[in-house]
Each structure stands twice: as structure tokens, then as C-alpha cells.
Design a protein around this ligand. Structure first.
Ligand code: ZN
Length: 149
């Protein structure tokens, strides 16, 4: 079924209100057409309206004090967003575009991110790599040692 452009526009604005993105987040999502910068997927909500999430590389909260700006953002699908938030995925701090996975055998390890429409802050990439990814890696190594004793 075809829906009229006008209907689609008002559906879009209703969903935008529900999702409540900041201006910068909306701009970035539009640039990537809501496609995950890792896998290219997007979720379809209703008709042609697609959904994606924006990840703040250096976490945007009081503890980590990341900036709420485009060089600190990635457009991701919910699955890959979760992996980044947890610190299972990170970006290589040397090139800011290659993925690192805690399990080097994972197919995502060394995969290149789609960075066609914006550049990332090297400070934010390094912060996430050191304070989130390496921190988790260290914790896991300690736990593994304890378990294997
Ligand atoms: Zn994805």
C-alpha cells in the first residue's frame, strides 16, 4: 500500500517526537539514512519510517564527560549500540575507523566502519578505547584467571 507523502511526513514528526532526539542526533541520523555504520542495517518502524540509535563514543554523562557533538557520535543499530556501550567493541585509536572486538576471532574485529559523512574526534575514540574497552578487557582477564585457578 502506498501512503501519501503528507501522511508520511506527519507520521515522521510524531515518531521524531516519541524518540526525542537532539538536533545534532537528528542531523547525523539523516546523513546516514538511519543505517548502522557497522552493518548497514536499520529497523523499519512503520511503513517507510526507519529507526536507528546514536552512540556517544566517549559516554555522554557526568562520569565520562563526553561531548554531545557529531565527532563523538556514531549511528548504530540497537545490537551494535549495545556492544559499543558495554565496551565489547571499540574503535582502533590509531586510525579511528577500524573496529576492535574483545574476541579477536569475532567477524567484526578489524572490520572498517562506514565513515562516509563525518569525521570522529581522536580524543573521544581514544577515551572510549582506554577507559571502557581496555578496562573491560582487564576485568575479564582477571576474572578468567580467578576462575581457572
Ligand atoms: Zn549494526
Amino acid at each position: 500500500m502506498m501512503i501519501r507523502k503528507k501522511t508520511l511526513k506527519s507520521m515522521e514528526s510524531i515518531i521524531e517526537r516519541l524518540v526525542r532526539d537532539s538536533k545534532k542526533v537528528t542531523i547525523l541520523k539523516k546523513m546516514y539514512e538511519n543505517c548502522c555504520q557497522i552493518c548497514g542495517d536499520s529497523i523499519t518502524l512503520l511503513k517507510e519510517i526507519r529507526y536507528s540509535e546514536v552512540h556517544h563514543i566517549q559516554p555522554f554523562n557526568r562520569t565520562h564527560k563526553g561531548i554531545d557533538d557529531i565527532p563523538n557520535m556514531l549511528v548504530l543499530c540497537p545490537n551494535h549500540h549495545q556492544l559499543f556501550d558495554l565496551g565489547i567493541l571499540a574503535l582502533n585509536p590509531e586510525d579511528h575507523k577500524t573496529l576492535l572486538h574483545l574476541d579477536p576471532k569475532n567477524p567484526l574485529h578489524n572490520k572498517e566502519l562506514n565513515l562516509s559523512f563525518h569525521k570522529l574526534s581522536s580524543t573521544c575514540v581514544r577515551y572510549h578505547y582506554e577507559k571502557v574497552f581496555l578496562k573491560l578487557k582487564k576485568e575479564l582477564t582477571t576474572t578468567t584467571k580467578k576462575v581457572s585457578k
